[in-house]
Design a protein around this ligand. Sequence first.
Ligand code: THU
Length: 140
Amino acid sequence: MNDYRQLIEKAAKARNFAYTPYSHYKVGAALLAKNGNVYTGCNIENSTHTPTVCAERTAIFKAVSEGVKEFEAIAIVGGKEGEISPFCAPCGVCRQVMAEFCDPSSFKIVLGNPLGNPDKFEVYLLRDVLPYAFTPKNLE
Ligand code: THU
């Protein structure tokens, strides 16, 4: 789908801003909101390690901090400095943050390498990458 290709390209651009003096692993994310807005994010590391934030959470928190909480999909592009992995899966913490806001049976996680074949990407549903999630529904 062409839209996903564009989302991957936006994630790749955001990756250029990744601040990674420690891991040298750079990640970019592009989050498509239901209202059509796209929020980008990169990973931002810290010399004390714990405050490091992933690209996906940067993008989600940017959106939520602007009042947007309904999302369709997120594209993720990552890899060691100077290369891009074809498969940069989101970490468990980011999956949990997605589960807070996104519908598990329709929210899509799009993984691809725009420097390889830009039309080749994988699409996963949140429910498949985070089964049996603890969500706001548990507290109802
Ligand atoms: N990272 C992300 O930004 N997203 C992921 O889904 C996986 C890991 C970042 C965190 C850290 O800055 C670096 O990649 C290496 O773990």
